[in-house]
Design a protein around this ligand. Structure first.
Ligand SMILES: Cc1ncc(C[n+]2csc(CCOP(=O)(O)OP(=O)(O)O)c2C)c(N)n1
Ligand code: SF4
Ligand SMILES: [Mg+2]
Length: 345
């Protein structure tokens, strides 16, 4: 008897998950960055984002190579080291109707790119900014980055004696409106966070601990698989219900923070840390600082603000993308220049 192959599962815009895949990864087998690409594919597919409506931006590093490994049908720009924020700002101003996802590394963001990163945050530029955080410069063979924890050790025995930069605390303080930390090995948490990120309007900053199996996965590293498996402390459990889903979830509301997203989806944060309020900015920064002092690695959604205007709102940009406006609307007619010149005579 002939076997019947089941029809491929389609998302709500009629696409198979295969249509969200990218090229074959050239990163090391087991690199955390590959798992993040997989979750991005799943999240974009589950949310029914049209691949052709996505801009993938990146800088330089193993992490910044990742956009080649998901969503081949999308647009992509691989920028200069640390310059992804300014390139993204320009691209989003030209067409704010696209979904923009930027992939950076801890080196690309917190070292060479820091000057650009902080200005992206204060603008609340509508994009998803992911730091694939392994605590080292993977591509240039494993030097410490600025997110490496004080006291952590390289394979060579070198100890890091500088304090780390907490990109989440920085992002919250400077103006990002959706800030979280996850771990490449936590499929469920990362997928839910990415889906909520797609539904958010404003800067989403996700620091995803993503072990570098070649240079930073040994005893003495605080960004290794083992360390994260032993020390990952979630502050909330994340559930995301997309606007087109009709799933009834039974929760006792006292333990839940429910956030309505811009597209009508619902983000439900079940509190694990007593009374943690993800809308309280000062408390979010304090919680991260305290965790740092206590050597705790917190994950989860630390901060969310769905009410703040984005950079596009502030500039009062017209609805039609600037990139597709006809010249007749973007350039004053010759008569306007002639009139101006005449007025100066
Ligand atoms: C202007 C410039 N300076 C330095 C380099 C060398 N370089 C390439 S990648 C990199 C760091 C990458 O680290 P990270 O962003 O953490 O990415 P990872 O490889 O760890 O994913 C550096 C310093 C460069 N390519 N360009
Ligand atoms: S060197 Fe490290 S960061 Fe780069 S691909 Fe290999 S495991 Fe990943
Ligand atoms: Mg790195």
């Amino acid at each position: 008897m002939a076997t019947v192959t089941p029809a491929p599962k389609l998302n709500h815009i009629g696409l198979q998950v295969l249509e969200y895949r990218g090229g074959k990864s050239t990163l090391c087998a087991g690199c955390g960055h590959n798992a993040i690409s997989e979750r991005i594919i799943d999240a974009m597919w589950e949310m029914g984002v049209e691949p052709e409506r996505v801009m993938k931006m990146s800088g330089i590093g193993c992490s910044s190579k990742s956009p080649a490994y998901f969503m081949s049908r999308s647009h992509a720009f691989n920028g200069v080291h640390g310059r992804m924020p300014s390139i993204s700002t320009g691209a989003i101003l030209a067409n704010h109707t696209m979904t923009t996802i930027g992939i950076s590394g801890d080196g690309d963001t917190a070292s060479i790119g820091m000057g650009q990163f902080v200005h992206l945050l204060r603008r609340n530029l509508p994009m998803i900014y992911i730091i694939e955080d392994n605590g080292v410069y993977g591509l240039t063979k494993g030097q410490f980055s600025a997110t490496a924890d004080i006291g952590s050790r390289l394979k060579t025995g070198v100890i890091n004696d500088l304090p780390s930069i907490d990109t989440c605390a920085l992002a919250i303080q400077l103006g990002a409106t959706f800030v979280g930390r996850s771990f490449s090995g936590d499929k469920k948490q990362l997928l839910s966070m990415l889906k909520a990120a797609i539904a958010h309007k404003g800067t989403v900053m996700l620091d995803v601990i993503s072990p570098c199996v070649t240079f930073n996965d040994h005893e003495g590293s605080t960004k290794s698989y083992k360390f994260m498996q032993d020390n990952d402390e979630p502050i909330n459990e994340i559930d995301f219900v997309a606007s087109f889903d009709d799933i009834e979830v039974d929760y006792s509301s006292g333990e839940i923070y429910e956030v309505e997203m811009h597209d009508g989806s619902n983000l439900r944060l079940r509190k694990l840390h007593e009374d943690y309020d993800p809308t309280d900015k000062a408390n979010a920064v304090r919680t991260l600082m305290e965790a740092h002092d206590n050597d705790e690695t917190l994950t989860g959604v630390f901060y969310i603000n769905t009410g703040k205007p984005t950079f596009i709102d502030l500039l009062n940009v017209v609805d039609e993308p600037l990139a597709t406006l006809p010249e007749s609307l973007t350039r004053p007619p010759k008569s306007a220049l002639d009139g101006l010149m005449a007025s100066l005579q």
